[in-house]
Design a protein around this ligand. Structure first.
Ligand code: CP
Length: 323
């Protein structure tokens, strides 16, 4: 968690799990800080299951969503999370903005800050953009996905989903399957899972698993059928065609033959296998429809937990905790 000399920074409550002003990546967070966010998110998740009553934690605060890439889950749930905390929330879309007249990204952000923004939630195709933003504004910045670098709230919601389903994270074996090379979700999962004591196996074709990632403490494998029986959890990552600049495998059909999660493969997995996929999912490419909708799948639980995680993050960065 980055610190910034923010003249407008409000004091956080004494027991705040982290004292920084931004959430840029899970690489920056300690295990204790991650666990504190998960604890708070779990409170929100349990509350949401019983009540739609809003918290007043961010009343009077302003949250801007700046999305320079497409999004369904992240943008919507940040917006809803802000509303559930009684913040004013506003989406900023680059399309139709004065960026087309040559205004810079930083000047754009400073103008939003001049309108009273307390938190800027940013998704951008260029890695490091949220950090650049954090260095140039006084308000809090949340990374909602920067290129192939990190997607910290996705990592947190994956951790929360695992912890709620399995009761723990430490000691579990988690397989990250597919396009590791282009996946910001993979990076945030690796940091978060490793810090909380899980074993991480990266599995995919050699062209989609970066060399040398054993250095991060991960096991690297290329034969999914070999590692599947050892996995407590498999997180199925999307093939990120939009970030690939060359053919990295012969065909989608060949990829699916070796790496698609099917009912046949489920039969060879642990009976209590937990299946995650960050979405969007491509049915028939990374997993079959039967598996996506089957009893091992926690895909929609992830989405529900995402709302709780984003409430916890916005609350911790922007306001006083409501008990
Ligand atoms: N998982 C995820 O980030 O989904 P969106 O791209 O729809 O936000």
């Amino acid at each position: 968690m980055e610190r910034s000399p923010n003249p407008r920074a409000r004091s956080t409550q004494p027991d705040a799990p982290w004292q920084g002003r931004h959430l840029l990546g899970l690489e920056d967070l300690s295990a204790g800080a991650i666990a504190s966010i998960l604890d708070r998110a779990q409170v929100h998740a349990q509350h949401a299951a019983q009540s739609r009553e809003k918290s007043q934690a961010l009343k009077g605060r302003v949250v801007f969503n700046l999305f320079f890439e497409s999004s369904t889950r992240t943008r919507t749930s940040f917006s809803l999370a802000a509303k559930r905390l009684s913040a004013d929330t506003q989406d900023f879309s680059p399309t139709g903005s004065s960026l087309s007249k040559g205004e810079s990204f930083i000047d754009t952000a400073r103008n939003l800050e001049a309108m009273g923004a307390d938190i800027l939630v940013v998704r951008h195709p260029t890695p490091g953009t949220p950090k650049l933003l954090a260095e140039n504004v006084a308000c809090a910045v949340v990374n909602a996905g920067d290129g192939a670098h990190e997607h910290p709230t996705q990592g947190l919601l994956d951790l929360l989903t695992i912890r709620r389903a399995k009761g723990r994270i430490e000691g579990l074996t988690v397989g990250l399957l597919g396009d590791i090379a282009h996946s910001r979700v993979a990076r945030s999962n690796i940091w978060g899972l490793s810090k909380l004591g899980a074993k991480v196996i990266l599995c995919g074709p050699p062209t989609l698993v970066p060399r040398g990632w054993e250095r991060l403490g991960c096991e690297v494998a290329h034969h999914f059928d070999d590692i599947l029986p050892r996995c407590d959890v498999v997180n199925v990552l999307r093939i990120q065609f939009e970030r690939q600049h060359a053919g990295l495998f012969p065909s989608v059909g060949e990829y699916s033959h070796f790496y698609m999660m099917t009912q046949e493969r489920i039969k060879r997995a642990r009976p209590d296998l937990l299946l995650l996929a960050p979405g969007p999912i491509n049915r028939g490419v990374e997993l079959t429809p039967e598996v996506a909708d089957g009893r091992h799948s926690a895909i929609l639980d992830q989405v529900a937990n995402g709302l709780a995680v984003r409430m916890a993050v916005l609350e911790m960065l922007g306001g006083e905790r409501a008990e």
